[in-house]
Design a protein around this ligand. Sequence first.
Ligand code: ATP
Length: 517
Amino acid sequence: MAQEDVFKKLVAHCKEYGFVFQSSEIYDGLSAVYDYAQLGVELKNNIKKYWWDSMVKLHENVVGIDSAIFMHPTIWKASGHVDAFNDPLIDNKDSKKRYRADVLIEDLLAKFEAKMDKEVAKAQKKFGETFDEAQFRATNPRVLANKEKMDAIHARFVEALDKNDLVDLKQIIIDNEIACPISGTKNWTDVRQFNLMFSTDMGSTADGSSKIYLRPETAQGIFVNYLNVQKTGRMKIPFGIAQIGKAFRNEIVARQFIFRMREFEQMELQFFVRPGEEMKWFNAWKETRMSWHRALGFGEDKYRFHDHDKLAHYANAATDVEFKFPFGFKEVEGIHSRTDFDLKQHQEYSGKKIQYFDPELNKSYVPYVVETSIGVDRMFLQIMSEAYQEEKIEKEDGKVDERVVLKLPPALAPVKLCVMPLVKKDGLPDKAREIIDDLKFDFNCQYDEKDSIGKRYRRQDAIGTPFCVTLDHQSLEDNTVTLRYRDTMAQERVEISKLYEIIKSEVSMKELFKKLK
Ligand code: ATP
């Protein structure tokens, strides 16, 4: 099945089974805003817990905060967001559709890369075991021609971004004949800058209201609390402050479901270090964060780092963790060395000294900052797109059955077990309820007595429940049940008293944490 079809099915599945709904659906929806439904919120909470505990619980020198969304408006002046949090936008005059100019060019570059990969794959098939990819890439004329074209466009693109040259950004689009995917024409407007921050008014106009912003990142809430946390927590550098919270961006092109939303959630760590040690920590956090992703077991080839072409105004190094979504490799997390830019700016704009006295060096300085910033929603999409699978199952009678199964990492699954009495009578429902009453303090449980056992299993497969527990008449006699495993569909007879240990060993986050570097 084409990857795009898989993605469409996944979006439909998220709605059908109560993971994600379009916001305000009964009013025809609000563009690029989504609500998490009854199962989605459980998965989302588990993702947040996996991140929070891996940061705050597992690092002695990391603490968390929860700062307000509304902040003093000068903060956004100091941080540079009022003047520079812009995207270059361009409109197609025929389709009236709006695009990010940089994204149109990046998509073009990705096409060159795809062409080269195709050549490599073809040659690999032809030469088999003896194929030397590096040599092929260095010598094949078609690959080299594409690479030369791609590098030239890339160099020009980076220069235009660096110089903020909007005229040349447009010219790159014209020169490379990039067409609007909707109208197919190359009839473009000029490129303009567009600020992504939402604003609103605080206070009544009679009092003299002030314009405030909905934060476009959670980071600034950490920077302006740096002094408070450092002092009250008696934190010693290096140390970090973690935060999870909503952020808002008036994205020009909001598409691909929850990949790009106007209201989303971030999990950010700002790690404060000695000046001059930031690259050491930047590299250390790159490794730590990659191991956090890989611990989920989706496969090494699903991730890569992508270094930024253009550094943000505050950074001296930046890379993205990219994940292979059904629509290609895309950013899920940014890791940035933010220098002392933010703290220095807040020092200047607030007039308060923001420094750290380092007893070992016997001097004061403004700390440098390494940031790791990941979107909860993109992580959610990553997990769902990896977990969603359609399987064919050969039955004993030779017929082929199909099932849709969410192979969610058990520690993140919204429901951990479903308890099912084989029949709705003879005391089986009561016995099933007893099991739930015992296990509900530790695990999210469901109870299901409706339809055939097969149908009930399929329902749980579709929401990613790792365990199903079935009771039959024998259960009343010897206190054993059938335990069914989601992924293998294997079944075993176990004692009810053993359920807790078996389930815990599979669904505990500890197993994920043990894999972390
Ligand atoms: P992009 O280039 O995709 O716009 P970004 O580089 O602007 O992303 P950052 O400012 O580094 O993103 O934000 C950190 C993380 O927050 C991203 O890696 C992403 O996971 C998440 N994020 C950013 N913008 C959005 C959005 N509009 N919707 C959902 N998640 C987002």
